[in-house]
Every structure is written in C-alpha cells, then in structure tokens.
Write a protein that binds this ligand. Structure first.
Ligand SMILES: O=C(O)CCC(=O)C(=O)O
Ligand SMILES: [Fe+2]
Length: 286
C-alpha cells in the first residue's frame, strides 16, 4: 500500500492546493505542539466520556462523536482559524465562491473493535444534483492521537475525486492516512474516504473541521451549535467564518421580530454584536 503525500509544517497554501488537486488529499505533519494537543484533549474528553456510541453503520457502533466544538472547546477555535489551513481552504475553494465558511465540527473517537466505515464522498450531504464542476469542500481531520493502520486511521483513495461516480476501488487503491498526533489530513469533498477499522485497545481520536462554500447549507447548523450568546464572545473573524456575516451582497441578512419599529431590518449579522458601551457586554464580549 502506497502512502498519501506528506508535506512539512512549513509548507505553503499553493503546495497544499496542488496536492489536493492531484491526489484529493494530503497530510501536513506536526502542525500542533504537544501543549495544544494536551489542552484540546482535556477540553474534549469530558464530552466524549459523557457521549454514547453511534447507532448506525455510518456513524459506527463503537465510535463516539461530539459536535459544537467551537462553542465547547476554545482550543478548537485556534484550529478552525489556523492561518495555513484557512489560507489553503479559501484559495482551494475560491473558484466556486466569494468566501468559504465553517461547515462542520466534530470530534470522532473510534473505539476498540470498530469496523471500517463505508467509503464515501462528503459532498453526498447535498444529494446528487450538485455538479462535479463545483468542488464543495476543504476538510480537515486533526490527529489528536497517532493515526495508524491498526487503530482506525482514515482510509482514503487518492485520485478518486476524478473518478466516475460508481467506480469502486480495489484494496490496493485504498490508503491509510497514517500520521503522528498533531498532524492534519486535508482533503476535498469529492475524494473517497472513511474511518478505518480499529483492531487495537486504544481510541483513535480526530478533530474534524470542514469548510464549504458560503452559499451552501452548512451540515452542522452553526447558529444552533454556537448561538449568538456564545458567539458574542468569539473573535469576529471566527464568527464570520461560522456564517455570522453576509455571504456575497445579501445572503444571510436578518430582521428582528417584536414590536413595530423596535427591531432592525435587513441587517448584516455583525449588527447583532455591535455594542454601545463596554459595561453591558460582560467579560466575554468582543
Ligand atoms: O473519522 C474519520 O477518519 C473519517 C470520518 C468520516 O469521514 C465521516 O464521518 O464523514
Ligand atoms: Fe467523511
């Protein structure tokens, strides 16, 4: 089995985009330091402990999944806005939109005895009518633990983003995205991939942060997973990435309900977070 292409942490958005265009995915080695990994693990662990395993073949039966990472985990915010990743994502998706946005956040802990997830294309969430001429996604899976063939490293089929929809891979076309903790797998919405089988006694934990075009419906509803009362404490750049901004000239405006003349009309989302004084916003305010 040949390996997926690896790039060093000092690589460039151009190199990443070229690699994904050619192979559908690429690994950046050692992008996170040990302190970040430890903090991230500590923030996510209580939620993973409290969460039940999945109940279907796609989600897995021995796999735990938690969302709302931006609201729950301050360190995941740094991952979501990592400059190398967001530069590469916006560059990769630029032919299809005027901006990218956060689409999905999930920690995935694949447990002992879990089988391989079915191979799939993440663009499937929008059904089959969206033309392949539009690439839908730039996705990340950050390795919180080492990813090995044995513990469930993501399986990926390099080049399959250019295949006919129904072509099935042979075993030797499927690659395990093996990487050290702190590394990240980057891939598009069209390449075939899926979680691997875990034959070890250890969990394989990944943090999935996916980006999409700012005119497509987000898989994880960011306004419910991270509602305004939490979003108001976030960096404006991150809030905008989550969709608390206009997409193009008008997508996503809001008006407020309530008494006539009391609210705002046709306002950009940023209006929600404008403050008149600092004293009424509390310590979490922007
Ligand atoms: O956890 C993984 O390695 C991949 C999971 C995945 O592809 C998915 O759930 O869509
Ligand atoms: Fe997937």
């Amino acid at each position: 089995m040949s390996d997926l292409l690896h790039l060093p942490a000092n690589t460039t958005p151009d190199a990443i985009c070229d690699a994904i265009a050619e192979h559908g995915g690429v690994i950046i080695d050692d992008l996170l330091d040990i302190e970040t990994l430890t903090t991230l693990e500590a923030e996510l662990r209580p939620y993973l402990e409290a969460c039940a395993s999945g109940t279907n073949a796609f989600a897995g039966f021995r796999t735990k999944r938690i969302g709302a990472l931006i609201a729950r985990s301050p360190t995941s915010r740094r991952l979501a806005t990592h400059p190398l990743v967001t530069s590469a994502s916006s560059q990769y998706l630029a032919p299809y939109c005027d901006h990218h946005q956060l689409h999905f956040s999930q920690a995935v802990a694949i447990g002992q005895g879990e089988g391989a997830q079915m191979l799939h294309r993440d663009r499937g969430v929008w059904g089959s009518t969206l033309t392949r001429a539009v690439e839908t996604q730039f996705s990340t899976i950050w390795a919180l633990t080492d990813f090995t063939h044995e513990n469930g490293a993501t399986r990926i089929v390099p080049g399959s983003h250019r295949w006919e929809k129904d072509r099935q891979p042979t075993d030797d076309e499927i690659v395990s995205a093996e990487m050290r903790a702190g590394s990240v797998l980057l891939y598009n919405g069209t390449v075939l991939h899926g979680g691997g089988e875990n034959t070890t006694i250890h969990e394989r934990v990944g943090v999935l942060l996916h980006y999409t075009l700012n005119w497509l419906r987000q898989e994880e509803n960011q306004y419910l997973s991270c509602p305004p009362e939490i979003a108001k404490g976030l960096d404006p750049e991150l809030r905008a990435l989550m969709g608390y901004t206009l997409g193009g000239p008008v997508l996503g405006f809001y008006s407020t309900p309530g008494a006539p003349g009391q609210g705002v009309e046709l306002a950009p989302p940023e209006r929600l977070f404008e403050t008149t004084t600092t004293s009424d916003t509390g310590p979490d305010a922007i």
